[in-house]
Design a protein around this ligand. Sequence first.
Ligand SMILES: Nc1ncnc2c1ncn2[C@@H]1O[C@H](COP(=O)(O)OP(=O)(O)OP(=O)(O)O)[C@@H](O)[C@H]1O
Ligand SMILES: [Mg+2]
Length: 265
Amino acid sequence: MAGPVLEIRNLTKEVPTGNQEPFVIFKNISLIVKEGEFVSIVGPSGCGKTTLLRVINGLLSPSSGQIYIDGKEQTGAGKDLVMGFVFQGASLLPWRTSVKNVLLGLEGKKNSGEAEEIARFYLSLVGLSGFEHHYPHQLSGGMQQRVNLARALAVDPRILLMDEPFAALDAQTRTFMQLELLRIWSQTKKTVIFITHMISEAILLSDRVIVFSHRPGRVRSEFAVPLARPRSLDIKSDRRFVELENVVWKQIEEEVRAAREGSPI
Ligand SMILES: Nc1ncnc2c1ncn2[C@@H]1O[C@H](COP(=O)(O)OP(=O)(O)OP(=O)(O)O)[C@@H](O)[C@H]1O
Ligand SMILES: [Mg+2]
């Protein structure tokens, strides 16, 4: 049987503070992500989720611990095509059209005709056929995030890292994008690590939800989502969905309270 796509062992990230004690962002995180799995991470603000993704992506190095991708230990270099990264904010270049933004990751890697074909394919996959030559300012927030998603998918990353990609969208657009991501994921079967503050979003999308403690972030618990696919919004009223949402919420509430102990709210 094939091994996991990603394995993290005892990963710790700390930064020096100028005092004796370093600032520990997350501590001893171990995690295994299987091929084609959709895993969400939820946890209190500041517990190190974004930092963890940046370490997995090779943008930052860990203080200790190991990262294995397809069984191969990552030592920092040459990972740029392994991951695709979708952030919360608009990270499109404003002076480039949709197709040119998607082409960014492909430049120098494919010949231009082939690259453009790939870019157009992914734009159509995310529902943006006909918007290839629009500039970011001509697109809604949801459409801009679709371009970001197309750009991340176009490099055919081994793992797609998504850091609160829908947080800046209005509630209706966000719900629509969740359904779109379900559709796109079912078509691409990518391995995804998805960070969100919205528990219902994590459950709707994921095979597994991982709850982090407050900083220094540790894996507090993890839950397999016991809901069949394909999923639609109706699933949110399923008793198992509601129960899981409550359990996860209680844990996060405890973590937020613990983090605030001793400091004014
Ligand atoms: N390079 C750095 N130097 C010092 N502190 C840092 C550095 N990077 C992150 N931090 C701190 O580490 C903690 C975790 O940050 P991070 O952005 O990873 O949290 P997060 O879980 O993504 O939070 P949020 O849910 O608000 O996005 C924060 O207190 C942040 O200020
Ligand atoms: Mg963050």
